[in-house]
Write a protein that binds this ligand. Structure first.
Ligand SMILES: NC(=O)c1ccc[n+]([C@@H]2O[C@H](COP(=O)([O-])OP(=O)(O)OC[C@H]3O[C@@H](n4cnc5c(N)ncnc54)[C@H](O)[C@@H]3O)[C@@H](O)[C@H]2O)c1
Length: 254
């Protein structure tokens, strides 16, 4: 029970990596607050967790909308110990294939969403001299990946926001880190395959899996366990760092 009695907000907690984080955190004893623009899916997960004897609540919230974010945080009964900024959207395309609208859409969720939720929560963390912020970056924060212009822009910003928050709040006993996954098998990936490669999903899945030198995609639960560690007291000396979880993607050539 690494997170016993800690209140943790997880954005984008209704699906994929965020969902696995919610489940793992609940199993580790946290009270889990699921924020997702898909309110029904978030409520289903909260209901399932409560049914299993855990503590969870769900809120429909678009993280790109500061007014919505503020009103959700104002409604929370407990102060937030752990903020996981995980909600994110993707975009495929190089510079010429990225319209201004594409760039804005990705920015609003992946960058402004992290800002909005961190801004909403930081005041109470400073007041209590206690808190952990964990952001979901990507291997795209660290290396050039073809046809990910807008996405890479946003995940580069997630990395540098992480470093900035870590620096500014280190004396307030607030830690901030990010996780940089390579491909993880979630609906994010399945949607991408069905949209872009109809009829060739399996072939493309195998191709994407092979881009990790380890020969497969990650599982959401593997990312969730890293998140659990980084948000726990076991990681009390870790701040201002990005943790790749990537099957060798960044550092191994095969
Ligand atoms: N899956 C991967 O291969 C991979 C790799 C590296 C990084 N990531 C990052 O991990 C995070 C989670 O990805 P995933 O694969 O689990 O995706 P997913 O699509 O399965 O889940 C994302 C969740 O975020 C929610 N969401 C999207 N926009 C939102 C908004 N504006 N407000 C609130 N909720 C919103 C969605 O409703 C969904 O429940 C993202 O930030 C993504 O960029 C994913």
């Amino acid at each position: 029970m690494k997170l016993k009695n800690l209140t943790s907000v997880v954005t984008g907690g209704a699906s994929g990596i965020g969902k696995a984080i919610c489940v793992h955190f609940a199993e580790e004893g946290a009270h889990v607050v699921i924020l997702d623009r898909n309110g029904d899916q978030a409520e289903n997960l909260a209901g399932r967790l409560r049914g299993e004897g855990h503590s969870a609540e769900a809120h429909a919230c678009d993280v790109s909308d500061y007014a919505q974010v503020q009103s959700v945080y104002a409604s929370l009964k407990q102060p937030v110990d752990i903020q996981v900024n995980n909600a994110g959207v993707s975009h495929i395309g190089n510079l010429e294939q990225t319209s201004g609208e594409d760039l804005d859409r990705v920015y609003r969720v992946n960058v402004k969403g992290v800002y909005n939720c961190s801004r909403a929560v930081i005041g109470q963390m400073v007041k209590r001299r206690k808190g952990v912020i964990l952001n979901m970056a990507s291997v795209a924060s660290h290396t050039g990946i073809p046809e990910r212009f807008a996405y890479s822009m946003s995940k580069g910003a997630v990395l540098t926001m992480t470093l900035s928050i870590a620096a500014d709040y280190i004396d307030h006993n607030i830690r901030c880190n990010c996780i940089a996954p390579a491909r993880v098998h979630t609906p994010f990936v399945d949607d991408y395959l069905s949209k872009n490669y109809p009829g060739k999903e399996q072939e493309m899945y195998d191709k994407l899996a092979a881009t990790q030198p380890i020969g497969r995609m990650g599982e959401p639960e593997e990312v969730a366990r890293l998140a659990g560690y980084l948000c726990s007291e076991e990681a009390s000396f870790i701040t201002g760092t990005s943790f790749p979880i990537d099957g060798g993607f960044l550092n191994i050539k095969k």
